[in-house]
Design a protein around this ligand. Structure first.
Ligand code: GCO
Length: 476
């Protein structure tokens, strides 16, 4: 069967038409991925984040976060000038959304805690209504047999702390310790799976160097200080959860991209090593006990200036798993005028492969190469793919959202995850980004990643073809 025939068949299936049995059988045979191939202990789930889905931005005592502030007072930074004030209204619809997860056979849900909902000023007074909200979410998950996986920090710092210098202020270590202590004591008897951060290599540069994400700084000094403070917070948060939550499974998550040099010119090969150090290793190496990757990224000398006596041994932490988050690949070449990193990317459209709605190259082999790379760290215990997914323009065909490109993306990447696992990589889980369409940061609601479509006017949820496939896959 050709790929076109295959896609046509899946579109017929997704449109709800009954296929002749022999064709359905052939289709399912084509679809050789089986849940059992990954082993019975492999954890499957979907991922979301507080600011992207909850809404209720100032409800029940919640304090302002940097994303509330950024979208309200720097509207122009969001391409659609939208904000997450309501988003998917998960704050009020969490019960039906978690019931939908159960109906879709989703075994685990990764979600984050909005820091300013539980500590409105970031430290000090706890907002009991905020604490109670996440108790209700966790209890609903447990009642629906959906395992809760908590991300402590997914980019929504309380604005009150940003007003005191934010992540660039060394006090952020103590602030973060207080936050993690509060939530791990509150939920530790119900939740065993924890991640301290979501993608420091996204929120630190995007928010302090490039300025397209909250809090919107373009400031080298703040960036360097924030890098080191956030590195220190990984171990600080991990040690607190280890203390407060017996039998906790503690991880953290990193964005990463396989990096290729544009060609084999020595300057470009060296640029690719520099890019790998910046994009993939700046946070991973230190928390794995290797220190900053200064041999390949000379700019690390500006970060090392902020290491204080006693920091070195605290930078590393023995995480039970590392969350690998991959969407695409980067092809780079040396460009000296780019500060700090001195490399640039070949535009995805010049790479000759499909691209997603985010303008990212579809490159499934990249996740295989990254899994092998992560497995190469001698202290790496387990890897969980804590995010993978794709945004494509969803055509709403008579209420059926026939997202064949997203479905194909997920299958192609999953085949690479399986290949790595079969070669001995300790990859033990896969979470799709995202359960439902949500607020995609600087893109607003324009780009949709959900297995479940959201009509933001009516808040109606519609399971897409990809969600139907995942549900059947999980039922096996
Ligand atoms: C990230 C964040 C998510 C994004 C997703 C798509 O990895 O950037 O965890 O919040 O929405 O990755 O960009």
């Amino acid at each position: 069967m050709t790929r076109e025939e295959y896609l046509k068949l899946t579109s017929l299936l997704a449109a709800g038409s009954l296929l002749p049995t022999h064709l359905l059988a052939q289709l399912l045979a084509e679809d050789e991925l089986k849940r059992s191939d990954f082993g019975k202990d492999f954890v499957w789930g979907t991922a979301t984040a507080a600011y992207q889905i909850e809404g209720g931005w100032n409800e029940d005592g919640k304090g302002e976060s940097i994303w509330d502030h950024f979208t309200h007072y720097k509207k122009g930074k969001i391409k659609t000038r939208e904000n997450g004030d309501v988003a998917c209204d998960f704050y009020h619809r969490y019960e039906s959304d978690i019931e939908l997860m159960r109906k879709m056979n989703i075994p685990a849900s990764r979600f984050s805690i909005a820091w300013s909902r539980v500590l409105p000023q970031g430290t000090g007074t706890v907002n009991q209504k905020g604490i109670d909200f996440y108790h209700r979410v966790i209890d609903k998950c447990l009642n629906e047999n959906v395992a809760p996986y908590i991300t402590c920090y997914h980019w929504d710092l309380p604005q009150a702390l940003e007003d005191k210098g934010g992540w660039a202020n060394r006090d952020s270590i103590q602030w973060f310790e207080e936050f993690v202590d509060t939530i791990s004591k509150a939920y530790g008897d119900k939740v065993k799976n924890w991640m301290v951060f979501n993608e420091p290599m996204a929120f630190v540069p995007l928010g302090h160097l490039i300025g397209i994400h909250a809090p919107g700084h373009v400031n080298f000094g703040k960036f360097y200080r924030a890098v080191h403070n956030v590195v220190m917070c990984h171990g600080a948060g991990g040690r607190i959860i280890r203390k407060n939550v017996p039998e906790a499974n503690i991880g953290t998550t990193f964005s990463c991209s396989h990096i290729d040099a544009k060609n084999d010119k020595p300057a470009n090969v060296k640029a690719a090593r520099r890019a790998d150090a910046f994009i993939n290793r700046l946070f991973l190496d230190p928390i794995m006990g290797l220190g900053y990757p200064k041999a390949d990224l000379p700019a690390c000398k500006h970060i090392e200036k902020h290491i204080l006596p006693g920091d070195a041994e605290k930078m590393a932490f023995d995480f039970d798993f590392i969350g690998l988050q991959n969407y695409s690949r980067m092809v780079v070449y040396k460009l000296g005028l780019i500060p700090i990193i001195h490399f640039a990317n070949v535009p995805a459209k010049k790479l000759g492969h499909d691209m997603t709605e985010m303008g990212w190259e579809v490159y499934p082999e990249g996740i295989y190469k990254l899994l092998k790379k992560y497995a190469g760290y001698k202290n790496m215990k387990k890897i969980i793919v804590t995010e993978n997914g794709a945004a494509f323009p969803d055509e709403n065909i008579g209420g059926e959202i026939n997202d064949t490109k997203r479905l194909q993306f997920i299958k192609d990447y999953l085949r690479q995850v399986l290949k790595a696992k079969q070669e001995g990589v300790p990859v033990d889980g896969y979470f799709i980004w995202s359960f439902m369409d949500n607020f995609e940061w600087a893109e607003g609601f324009r780009t949709r990643f959900g297995l479940v479509g959201v009509d933001f006017e009516t808040q109606k949820r519609t399971i897409k073809a990809s969600g139907k496939w995942f549900s059947e896959f999980l039922k096996q």
